[in-house]
Design a protein around this ligand. Structure first.
Ligand SMILES: Cc1cc2nc3c(=O)[nH]c(=O)nc-3n(C[C@H](O)[C@H](O)[C@H](O)COP(=O)(O)OP(=O)(O)OC[C@H]3O[C@@H](n4cnc5c(N)ncnc54)[C@H](O)[C@@H]3O)c2cc1C
Length: 201
C-alpha cells in the first residue's frame, strides 16, 4: 500500500486475507501503531477515500497435500498469512491436510478475525487453539473458547504438547513478531526438531 504522511510517501506490505473466491475486492488486516507512519495515514481514512495498492507479490510456496499435517504458530497480525493459507486449503476439496493453528494474543479481546477463525474451525480438518498471555482466567471467555485456550506466554511445554497432539507428523510454520518467532524457534530446537520440519516467515 502507498500512503502519504506529512508530504512523505510511504510504502508498506500487507497480506491479503480475502477468501480464495473473492472477486472484485480484497481484504487486509492492518494493525495501527500509534507512532507508525503508514498507521498515521490509515487513521486519516474516511469512507469513500481511494487508496493505492499494487500486487499481490510472491507466490504461495505451499502445494496441496504436500504435508499430512500443518502446525501453525502465529502471534498478532502474523495470523494473516495463516488465515490465507488455511482458506486456500479448505477451498480445495482434494486437499486433506490436517491443520492446527495456534494463535497467540495478549487477551481474548485482542484475538483478530474471530468470526473468520470460527468459520475455519468448523472444517473437519481444521483445529484452532489460542494462547493468551495476559488473561487471568478462562471463566469470562465464551464457552466455545474455554476448551481451546491456554493461559500464559507460549513456552516449551506448550509447544511440545501441541506437536505431540497432532494427528500426524506436522510441518510447522511460525509467523509473528521477531521475539515471538525467536522464542518458538528456540523451543523447536530444544525439542530436537530438524530444520526441515519448520519454516519461519
Ligand atoms: C510481507 C509482509 C507482510 C505484512 N503483512 C502485514 C499484515 O497483514 N498486517 C499488518 O498489520 N502488518 C503487516 N506487515 C507489516 C507492515 O508492512 C508494516 O510494517 C506495519 O503496518 C507498520 O507500518 P507503519 O508505517 O505504521 O509503522 P512504522 O513507522 O514502520 O513503525 C512500526 C512500529 O515500529 C516502531 N519503529 C519504527 N521504527 C523504529 C525503529 N527504528 N526502532 C524501533 N522501533 C521502531 C514504531 O514505533 C512502530 O511502533 C507486513 C510486513 C511484511 C514485510
Amino acid at each position: 500500500m502507498r500512503g502519504i504522511v506529512s508530504d512523505l510517501e510511504v510504502q508498506r506490505a500487507y497480506t491479503p486475507v480475502s477468501p480464495v473466491d473473492a472477486e472484485g475486492y480484497f481484504e487486509v488486516l492492518i494493525k495501527i501503531y500509534e507512532d507508525g507512519f503508514m498507521s498515521r495515514f490509515v487513521k486519516t481514512w474516511k469512507e469513500g477515500n481511494t487508496v493505492c495498492w499494487r500486487g499481490p507479490f510472491g507466490n504461495c510456496p505451499y502445494k496441496p497435500n504436500q504435508y499430512e499435517q500443518l502446525l501453525l504458530f502465529a502471534s498478532g497480525t502474523g495470523i494473516a498469512p495463516m488465515v490465507s493459507l488455511i482458506q486456500y486449503i479448505v477451498a480445495n476439496e482434494e486437499d486433506e491436510t490436517f491443520i492446527t493453528l495456534v494463535g497467540c494474543f495478549r487477551t481474548f479481546q485482542d484475538i483478530y478475525m474471530k468470526p473468520r477463525l470460527q468459520e475455519l474451525a468448523a472444517y473437519w480438518n481444521v483445529k484452532t487453539l489460542f494462547v493468551l498471555s495476559q488473561e487471568q482466567d478462562l471463566t469470562h471467555l465464551l464457552w466455545s473458547y474455554r476448551e481451546k485456550t491456554y493461559l500464559g506466554r507460549i513456552n516449551c511445554d506448550m509447544v511440545k504438547n501441541f506437536v505431540n497432539s497432532c494427528r500426524r507428523k506436522p510441518f510447522i510454520m511460525v509467523c509473528g513478531s521477531i521475539t515471538f518467532s525467536k522464542d518458538v524457534l528456540n523451543y523447536l530446537n530444544q525439542l530436537g526438531l530438524p530444520e526441515d520440519d519448520y519454516f519461519v516467515f
